[in-house]
Structures are given as C-alpha cells and as structure tokens.
Design a protein around this ligand. Structure first.
Ligand SMILES: [Zn+2]
Length: 76
C-alpha cells in the first residue's frame, strides 16, 4: 500500500510503501536525508492498520459486485 508521511524534521512529504516498511525497509527524506523506519513497538499497530485497509478494500469490492448484480436484475 502506497502512502506518504511528512518528514518529522523538515516536513517534506516522503512517499512510503507500508508493506516495505513492515518488512523493515527504511525510507529517506529527499531534502534532509533523515532515515525513516518502523519502530518495533509500532509494528503490530501498522500491521493491523494495513490488514484493516485490505479488509475494507475487499468489502468495497463485494458491495460493488452486489450493486452491479442488483442493477442488472433491475434492467432485465
Ligand atoms: Zn526531512
């Protein structure tokens, strides 16, 4: 999942990939070269958030499918 955070030091937007972040990847600020990585105590929290997001996407797709089916039935 692509997202972005503001650099805690200079405020520059740093694009990050939460899956890479969870796998231990570091991201660097393009302006001040500050290195961003996930603290081990935040790991579970971020993982939960990513899982929640994936669930949300799945739910949205399921609802969209139902709505499409409903529309098809109505046009018949
Ligand atoms: Zn910075």
């Amino acid at each position: 999942m692509q997202t972005q955070i503001g650099c805690p030091d200079c405020g520059t937007t740093i694009p990050i990939d939460t899956k890479l972040l969870l796998s231990g990847q570091r991201f660097m600020c393009s302006r001040c070269a500050l290195s961003i990585s996930l603290a081990s105590e935040s790991h579970a929290l971020v993982q939960d958030a990513v899982r929640g997001f994936d669930r949300l996407v799945a739910m949205k797709e399921a609802v969209g499918e139902k709505a499409t089916r409903h529309l098809k039935q109505r046009t018949l």
